[in-house]
Design a binder for this molecule. Structure first.
Ligand code: A3P
Length: 315
């Protein structure tokens, strides 16, 4: 049973109808120098988030938008519930408790009262966020909770976000790829600059409670990736659970099921689900500009090696 069933469809329909009432120039607000979508968050919510109380057993997933957070969120949900062996009744109770949050499951979404309501969620809570470390509530990094950080090659992330920006009613559209590219490079997008996120997370790469995983390594060998995740969160699964969950969470399977799980948001979210799609849109000059920026900021780092930049991002 999908944990988010019902919750996502209802909240996204609400989000779509609210977006229709907002002119493009009011769709984003700036908080501490970073843009956020006004329909799903607010400066007050981000302020209230500072007092969020993390539990040591919380399972946390952090990833910049379009790195595959919905996919990995689904995988983690499957791994966690298989380990916990919830009965159908327990699962229903969890789904109902999450539904009461009345927002799409991202830590920074919702009204400022969301964090009080989150206190009522049963453990283990699965918490997903697009925020960079410096905007996370202090309790997350101070607690014993483990954080899985999802990274994706920067060029595919840029292309995915471009289509998302232009198809998602909560975000203002761009008139061309070139206009968007410059906004991406300058961090003038919701959740700010991806390279800044990577730079920040790179500082935590050896942290014992943080594990990094890449979209590309999951695409290469999902079972192996899931085994690493299960070991990190100390989930205990049977050998045969892994291929079963992998089959359930392929791009095709999630897309086919998306009418039921995500409603019309599914058509926007499940786009291509491949590695290397950036080659369709990048000009030679844009490709070189991005390579230069990456080399200047992250060249030679452990994170660059983890991303296999030379394999996935070079023309
Ligand atoms: P594309 O736009 O390149 O297709 P997020 O969930 O963080 O918003 O990321 C969305 C990206 O993840 C989209 O990339 C989407 O297609 C891809 N995605 C979603 N489900 C997936 C799956 N099961 N397997 C692989 N990619 C998936």
């Amino acid at each position: 049973m999908s944990r988010n069933r019902g919750r996502i469809i209802e909240t996204m329909e609400n989000v779509f109808s609210q977006s229709e009432k907002i002119p493009p120039e009011d769709m984003l607000f700036s908080y501490r120098g970073i843009l956020f979508p006004a329909v799903i968050s607010s400066p007050e919510t981000l302020e209230a988030l500072k007092s969020f109380e993390t539990r040591s057993g919380d399972v946390i997933l952090a990833g910049y938008p379009k790195t595959g957070t919905n996919w990995l969120g689904q995988i983690i949900g499957e791994l966690e519930s298989t380990d916990a062996k919830y009965t159908e009744e327990e699962m229903k109770e969890r789904i109902n408790a999450e539904k009461k949050l009345e927002t799409f499951p991202r830590l920074e979404f919702g009204d400022p009262g969301i964090y009080e309501r989150m206190k009522k969620l049963p453990s283990r809570r699965i918490i997903i966020t697009h925020l960079p470390p410096h905007l996370l509530p202090p309790s997350i990094l101070q607690s014993k909770a483990k954080i899985l950080v999802l990274i994706r090659n920067r060029k595919d992330t840029a292309v995915s976000y471009y289509h998302f920006y232009n198809n998602m009613p909560v975000l203002p559209s761009f008139s061309s790829w070139d206009e968007y590219f410059s906004a991406f490079m300058n961090g003038k997008l919701a959740w700010g600059s991806y390279i800044d996120h990577l730079l920040e997370w790179n500082k935590y790469i050896d942290h014992e409670r943080i594990m990094m995983i890449s979209y590309e390594e999951l695409k290469e060998d999902q079972v192996l990736g899931m085994k690493r995740i299960a070991a990190f969160f100390e989930f205990s699964l049977c050998e045969e659970d892994f291929p079963r969950i992998a089959k359930k969470t392929t791009f095709q399977a999630m897309k086919e099921n998306s009418k039921e799980t995500h409603g019309r948001f599914g058509d926007i979210l499940f786009r291509k689900g491949v590695v290397g799609n950036w080659k369709d849109l990048f000009s030679k000059a844009q490709n070189e500009e991005m390579d230069r920026k990456f080399e200047d900021c992250l060249g030679g780092t452990k994170l660059a090696a983890k991303m296999k930049y030379d394999i996935y991002c070079k023309a």
